[in-house]
Design a protein around this ligand. Structure first.
Ligand code: ZN
Ligand code: ZN
Length: 140
C-alpha cells in the first residue's frame, strides 16, 4: 500500500472524542438539544424580521446574529452521568463510524425543518479539519 492510499483510508474512519471528558468515545452519541434548537429557531425568526425591516444592510447587525444549537459528541459513560438535554436528536456513534456514514446522515438531516438552526456545517467542518488538516484549502 502506498502512503497516499494509507492516508486516504485512515481519513475515512472517524475518531470520535467526547466533548465532556475529552476521552476517545467508543460508544455514545452525536446529539443536539431540542430546547436549544427551538430557541435558535425562534431567535433566528426574530432576527430575520428585524433585519428585513431595515432599509439598508447594517453590518453591525451581523454580529447580533443568534447562535445556532450546538451538536455535541458525548461518550456512553458521560451520557449516563450528565446527559442534560431536555430531549434531543441523537445519532449513536456506532451508526456513524466513517465520514461516508456521516454524509449519509447529513443527507437525512438536511430534510429536517430545524437543520438550519443547528451548527452542523461548522461541526462537520471542524471534524474534517481535525482528521485531515493537510487537506485544507486554507480558504476557511
Ligand atoms: Zn465522556
Ligand atoms: Zn442529548
Amino acid at each position: 500500500m502506498t502512503t497516499t492510499q494509507a492516508a486516504a483510508s485512515t481519513s475515512t474512519t472517524i475518531r470520535w472524542v467526547c466533548g465532556a471528558c475529552g476521552q476517545p468515545a467508543e460508544s455514545g452519541a452525536v446529539h443536539v438539544d431540542f430546547g436549544s434548537v427551538v430557541a435558535a429557531q425562534q431567535a433566528a425568526k426574530e432576527w430575520d424580521a428585524r433585519s428585513h425591516s431595515l432599509s439598508a444592510f447594517d453590518l453591525a447587525d451581523v454580529f447580533t446574529m443568534p447562535a445556532r444549537a450546538q451538536w455535541k459528541v458525548t461518550c456512553g459513560e458521560c451520557l449516563q452521568q450528565q446527559h442534560d438535554c431536555g430531549g434531543c436528536y441523537e445519532i449513536g456513534l456506532s451508526q456513524v463510524p466513517t465520514f461516508t456514514a456521516l454524509l449519509r446522515w447529513q443527507a437525512h438531516l438536511y430534510d429536517k425543518s430545524w437543520f438550519d438552526a443547528t451548527n452542523w456545517v461548522a461541526f462537520v467542518h471542524r471534524l474534517a479539519q481535525e482528521h485531515a488538516p493537510h487537506e485544507s484549502a486554507g480558504a476557511w
